[in-house]
Design a protein around this ligand. Structure first.
Ligand SMILES: Cc1cc2nc3c(=O)[nH]c(=O)nc-3n(C[C@H](O)[C@H](O)[C@H](O)COP(=O)(O)O)c2cc1C
Length: 368
């Protein structure tokens, strides 16, 4: 079975091949995992304003789509937010830094969704210390709607190859409000292209980090609907490849397999097709810094979306495990001042929209 390189486009999600959904009409429609995508349609449709805000917040970006958040309604106007440790990614996120950033994305989207309903979400972060709940939130009257909020429903992580042109000046200057840096200089872009690829290759060829992704792979509609989280591999072409035995758990786990080699080249082709990068950095690296980084990242992604600019985090070089130490040091040398932490690094550019990723229904994330 030969697949043209143009049709196959790698998506990076811990290094797994996913093909572009080349419109296959009816087949595409029947393979859509509707149950897993339902939360995108039901967001906001709750009477209790806390539930309405939560139903938006669960659409936030988060590492490997683990959706680590849990929420507990308290009294009539409060909600307590937890992070579920069982959803951690100990190999690639040993200090839960990225999970905490994901919680920051969630809290910012909650804030915007509450504001849209006329509430200020007053947040007390880590009210019982870092081992306890992430936030206690009280809704009080008076929120002012945020113009970024209307882009929440069309914000998606886009892992396709991007066009060979920079985002327009208006988009770059809007994004500069939230980003720490936007890298457009061709020489620096080239440096980052090489560095981010090296880092991805390390993740893919380090058995335990690659397996962390493989174990979260959901292959096709049935698996995605059953477990609407992790790394979903879907779409008509992908399902054809799975049926043909060309996307398998075994092949993806074996760096000597032909399937693996093909993954590497597809992922590289997409990742290399990047005209510019963005960062979010912090001076410290406390839990509060990480939450703030997540809040900024969410606003940055919504700003990009509002300008039709696609975005994808490339987190591998930022990760704190031994095999990445050399690239961690390098990426900080290139992008950060001494003492600063690079919390997020992403690629930006123009590409076709990719549509939403799965979410667990809000009800399954409620506790208490
Ligand atoms: C802290 C953090 C790190 C992430 N790192 C990556 C990454 O390295 N590669 C990638 O493709 N996506 C990365 N993502 C994006 C998530 O995979 C994505 O948000 C999740 O799968 C949900 O999809 P969505 O953003 O389209 O809703 C990251 C997201 C966060 C918040």
């Amino acid at each position: 079975m030969t697949i043209s390189r143009r049709k196959m486009i790698a998506l990076v999600g811990g290094g797994l091949v996913v093909a572009a959904s080349a419109g296959a009409g009816g087949f595409a429609a029947t393979r859509r995992p509707n149950a897993a995508l339902a939360p995108w349609d039901t967001a906001g449709r709750y009477k209790d304003p806390r539930m309405a805000a939560l139903s938006w917040a669960i659409l936030a970006p988060n590492p490997h789509n683990r959706q680590p958040w849990q929420a507990e309604l308290v009294g009539s106007d409060k909600v307590r937010i937890w992070r579920e440790a069982a959803r951690n990614l100990p190999e690639t996120d040993p200090f839960d830094r990225q999970m905490t950033i994901g919680m920051g994305c969630f809290l910012e989207l909650f804030r915007q969704a509450a504001a849209e309903q006329g509430f200020v979400a007053e947040m007390s972060l880590f009210p019982e210390g870092e081992q306890g709940p992430v936030a206690d939130i009280t809704l009080i009257d008076g929120g002012v709607s945020d113009p970024l909020f209307r882009h929440a429903v069309s914000r998606h992580t886009n892992r396709l190859a991007y066009e060979d042109r920079l985002p327009e000046a208006a988009a770059l200057s809007a994004m500069a409000q939230e980003a720490s840096d936007i890298i457009t200089d061709p020489g620096r872009v080239e440096t980052l292209r090489a560095l981010t690829w090296d880092a991805m290759h390390i993740e893919m060829t380090t058995h335990r980090t690659q397996m962390e992704s493989i174990n979260l792979m959901r292959l096709g509609k049935r698996q995605i609907n059953a477990n609407p989280d992790g790394i979903s591999v879907r779409g008509p072409l992908q399902e054809a490849l799975m049926l043909a035995g060309l996307i398998t758990v075994e092949g993806q786990s074996d760096p000597t397999s032909a399937e693996f080699a093909q993954s590497v080249s597809f992922i590289r082709a997409a990742q290399d097709a990047t005209p510019a990068y963005v960062t979010v950095k912090t001076k410290g690296n406390s839990r509060l810094d990480q939450i703030e980084a997540g809040r900024r990242w969410l606003r940055l992604h919504l700003t990009a979306t509002s300008h039709g600019v696609a975005m994808q985090p490339l987190s591998q070089a930022l990760q704190e495990y031994a095999e990445q130490a050399r690239l961690y040091a390098q990426v900080h040398e290139v992008l950060a001042a001494p003492g600063e932490t690079l919390q997020m690094l992403g690629r930006i550019g123009y590409a076709a929209d990719v549509g939403p990723s799965p979410r667990w229904p809000l009800e399954t994330r409620m506790i208490g």
